[in-house]
Design a protein around this ligand. Sequence first.
Ligand code: PLP
Length: 371
Amino acid sequence: MKNPHSLIRPLVHNLRAYVPGEQPKIKGLIKLNTNENPYPPSPRVLRAVRAATDGRLRLYPNPTAERLREKLARLHRCRPENIIVGNGCDELLALAVRAFAEPKQNEAGSRKQDSCSTVQYFHPSYSLYPVLADIHGAAKNAVPLQPDFSLPGALELRRGKVWDFHAALTLLTTPNAPSGRGYSAKDLDALCRTQHGVVVLDETYVDFAEENALTLALKYPHVLVARTFSKAYSLCFQRVGYCVGHPELIGALQKIRDSYNVNGLGQIAAEATLDDQPYYRANFRKIVAAREDLSRELTKLGFRVLPSQTNFILAKPPRFPAKEWLQKLRQHKILVRWFDDPSVRDYLRISIGTPSDMAALVKAARGIMPR
Ligand SMILES: Cc1ncc(COP(=O)(O)O)c(C=O)c1O
């Protein structure tokens, strides 16, 4: 009998899988750990999904999400060839790693070869990036952000000598997660201009920010902007994301994806979402207002709250270590996120919920603090 263990590639054996935020089944829990939107999809979206839930489920969906790509192209003033739709933004990030970075050679290669297989990203940012590089067998180059989570300028990157201006792929979360820090289109433009490989601007949280950098994907042939319907558009469950960029790069991603990568109900839900923008814009305003209120309230209680341009905040709690706060809040049926990483170990990441979720959080925090 074969030992099944011996059938698995060593690379897979050695992988540390991505750990998603917990999806607990506990009743009455206030869930502020995965940056989901506290508001439901618009009634028009729910109606469209219900209306499509019939005998059509036996058919394959449109393989290229054609109608959705056409609508997105109109929204972003580009052509459908500039757009690929994916099974969430996560799929598109994985495709980018596979399309643009070479797996590492076994023997030490030249500097040029190293860059060909390098997936580069700032640290801290989305913790999936290193996992995707590892799955593909690519090299990783994690470069620290500034202590306040701002982007290092080109001069600092050159001086630091760790940044690879020739990296095959650079993944940049903007606004940043987990800090919530926003970046200006001007700074992102400057960074893209100095880069020789592909740059993916991961704009997962951009609808809550002051600026976006979508024009860079249409200005530069090596820049892609990745977006998702998950967060701002309340559609995590349906898994729909998309990338905008030069038709050549988009075509490369199209070539290597699964034939029917976006499920039919997801396509219908995303199309209906684009038809009801005012509903979502009102939600963005509510979430941003709740974010600012929560930041003020927690600051009054002694938290150090970092400025955020996302639907979450990163906050350093007073009195106890952040990990202890995580447990204490859980005892109050409030779930937030804590990352065991030196760059953010002292902080809690708190997703913005409804005003009543936020009031419950502040009340619990008051209860936790010794008088
Ligand atoms: C920075 C960032 N990029 C991408 C994603 C994934 O989004 P999606 O749900 O579209 O796969 C997330 C999800 O948390 C994220 O935080």
